[in-house]
Design a protein around this ligand. Structure first.
Ligand code: ASP
Length: 356
């Protein structure tokens, strides 16, 4: 269970000044990788664009950026080396939602999720059906696996061992010079040291990563989006929390919006985004509402620190009155905010203090 000090720390973390922007202003918040997305969304709000258009176009920048390896094009692939993307959207004013899961070969899943919302009588399309739907609307099929992501996947694939230390993805018994047990590093002579260090780290510890972005405009309208390539090396077909309405994202025009990044399996079990919006409906401030959802996550492991240390989960919340906040299971996280004067990072609250 948590020590008294941890509970005190976490309550101190969310009892401080919560992010607040008086009503009647445009506000965009996002996960920490969302500085550019927040700026783009803010520009769209400023030019009179709709809140959902704003957040979707904001995260599209990140989806198209091969440098962000947790979202869209360039995302780390599943265990077969195929990039599978999940995304969902919710539009407060019309109370509608759209979602795609396990979508392959399309760089911009958030735009596809928005089309599912606008152009179908369904809310969620998955796999092959989602791909066919995207193609029907003119999206081009493309290879989403960048060379950098392919390298990391191959390092992971070649690092797996049976109990004799063998891996079929390495030189066989008939290899010249008996090089069957050459080190993993030797298999990638052309890779520079920095890239190698990164690739072996992500092979060892499969990263998660996602972008969630929430926007409120001066009319009090609110929308949100979450998009991801999910967990690296996942089983094909694995769907995380990101495209699940109520887990990775929830918007209620009467109350506010919430979203998440981090280990989706834990979030699905507490329906995190919906829980947070309901907490705000019943009077909690955004950060407090996020911390409460994180307590439920911790409760699922009876507060066992060793188990909880194996993952992290972050929540973001934006209330209809302009108050906002973010909180993570573990300390040290930030989130992105734009209230009209450029994007910045703010500290997230936390439930547990990480000791190094
Ligand atoms: N939530 C995402 C998932 O579980 C990954 C992440 O945000 O890191 O698929």
């Amino acid at each position: 269970m948590f020590s008294r000090r941890e509970w005190l720390l976490s309550s101190a973390a969310f009892s401080g000044a919560a992010g607040y922007q008086a009503g009647g202003r445009d506000i965009v918040i996002a996960s920490s990788n969302g500085l550019s997305a927040c700026q783009r969304a803010m520009d769209i709000l400023r030019s009179g664009g709709d809140t959902l258009e704003a957040v979707v176009e904001g995260v599209t920048l990140v989806e198209l950026d091969p440098g962000d390896m947790s979202v869209g094009y360039g995302g780390l692939p599943n265990e077969e080396g195929v990039v599978e993307l999940d995304a969902c959207v919710m539009h407060g004013p019309t109370r509608r939602a759209g979602s795609v899961a396990s979508l392959r070969n399309i760089k911009t899943p958030a735009r596809v999720a928005k089309l599912v919302m606008e152009q179908t009588d369904h809310i969620m399309l998955a796999g092959e059906g989602a791909l066919r739907f995207a193609k029907a609307y003119g999206f081009q099929e493309e290879n989403l696996l960048t060379e950098r992501a392919r390298l990391a996947w191959l390092v992971w694939k070649k690092s797996l061992r049976d109990n004799r230390g063998h891996n079929n993805w390495g030189p066989g018994l008939d290899a010249p010079d008996g090089k069957t047990s050459a080190s993993l590093r030797d298999a990638f002579p052309e890779v520079d040291e920095a890239t190698w260090a990164w690739a072996s780290e992500v092979a060892r510890r499969p990263p998660t990563g996602t972008i969630n972005c929430l926007a409120l405009n001066s009319k009090g309208e609110i929308s949100g989006v979450t998009t991801t390539s999910g967990l690296a090396w996942k089983i094909p077909g694995r769907v995380g929390d990101s495209p699940i309405i109520g887990a990775g994202l929830y918007v209620d025009q009467d109350v506010g919006a919430a979203g998440s990044t981090g280990r989706g399996e834990e979030n699905i079990r507490v329906a995190g985004a919906h829980t947070i919006v309901e907490n705000m409906r019943h009077g909690m401030e955004p950060r407090e509402a996020c911390i409460d959802a994180l307590k439920r996550v911790a409760r699922n492991y009876n507060g066992n620190r060793e188990k909880l240390a194996k993952f992290d989960l972050s929540f973001y919340a934006l209330r209809k009155d302009g108050q906002y906040g973010g909180a993570s299971l573990w300390s040290g996280r930030k989130f992105a905010v734009n209230t009209g004067t450029g994007s910045r990072h703010e500290d997230a609250a936390h439930l547990l203090e990480r000791k190094n």
